[in-house]
Design a binder for this molecule. Sequence first.
Ligand SMILES: Cc1cc2nc3c(=O)[nH]c(=O)nc-3n(C[C@H](O)[C@H](O)[C@H](O)COP(=O)(O)O)c2cc1C
Ligand SMILES: O=C(O)C(=O)c1ccccc1
Length: 374
Amino acid sequence: MTNSISNLELPHSVSLLEKMAAESIENGPFTYVHSGSGNEITLKANIDAFESWQIVPKYLNDVSIRDTSSKILDTTFPNSFALAPVGVQSIFHPEGELASARAAAHYGVPFIASTFTSHSLEEIATHLGDTPRWFQLYWSKDEELAISMVKRAEKAGYSAIVITVDTSLIGNRERDLNNGYSPLKLGKGSANYINDPVFLERFKTRPSSDDKGVIEKIGDVLFNPSLTWEDLRTIKKHTSLPILLKGILHEEDASKAMDYGVDGLIVSNHGGRQLDGCISSLEALPPIADVIQGRMPILLDSGIRRGSDVIKARALGASAVLLGRPFVYGLAIAGEQGVRQVLKNFINDIDTSLALTGCTSMSQVNKSLIRRKK
Ligand SMILES: Cc1cc2nc3c(=O)[nH]c(=O)nc-3n(C[C@H](O)[C@H](O)[C@H](O)COP(=O)(O)O)c2cc1C
Ligand SMILES: O=C(O)C(=O)c1ccccc1
């Protein structure tokens, strides 16, 4: 299997994509994307949750013209999904985020750049054209550095900051630990650090991305387990961009987010990679939607695999979703072309699912169209 397949025809199901990705790249990076933490109970629960809800379609509505878009804050999501922030994409394909950014731009799918990318946020932006982009922040222990990254994101045209709250430290990913595989230690996600003026100030000479000192320093400051709700005030002081919290699962946290002036939520358990045994994101969604009552947008990820999943998430209260592992499999198989194929198939599936639910627009998808399986 090669990493550059022309006239490519990728399978339509994520389980087959996963198999092809496993054959395309080394075991270390494949296991890194594929696996979850602990006994992978939450990883599995994410998929099971989508199977435990059933769409109840309504027919004879003239669905010949359809609109799959949704608007979140000031961003239009043409197909009601964006690419989830995924770090260190060069472990899957040498072009990493640049390939996935170009594929996203091809379809106008909004792109969320991770803090821990293989290419800098500025370079990624140059591959996105005018496609909407948000920046996901791992709020560093080094506050000045965190703020510097936010300022850089503003300057590079990122229109929202996504703060991931479920990663006070990295989950116990047993398979990666057994493999002795850690992208953090490989220096493959250093680009935003070694291109940051504040980070560079901490060094006497300009370091390279795989410099041992750099890797150690990033490891020291990447996550910040001492963060509290009050710290949100600091970030709001330094940016006028909207702020979304990614990783919210408890309705009391959703309510607190409202109190602290957050602009949106991403209901997520990080794809079952953080706390194993925690609730699936789809199960967490209805109580959160009840608390929020439409006062801020709610997005959801963790387990989105096909178009009907988008309909289910919308019916239970999410405005849009994030696509994670499936696009990474496309990247691993064939770089930009691989991601393009995954996006094309997913976009078609969303449109088909909307029509077959009996709706002409995502705004018509509501609670009346979904029931829990008995
Ligand atoms: C390889 C990999 C790297 C990830 N890196 C990040 C990251 O840097 N920041 C972040 O907030 N989430 C990260 N995530 C989590 C995704 O944004 C998303 O929540 C998750 O993939 C959703 O689960 P699913 O892919 O099973 O649908 C990563 C996920 C994977 C698979
Ligand atoms: O692997 C992840 O899920 C993740 O969020 C992450 C964390 C640090 C570096 C790269 C990715």
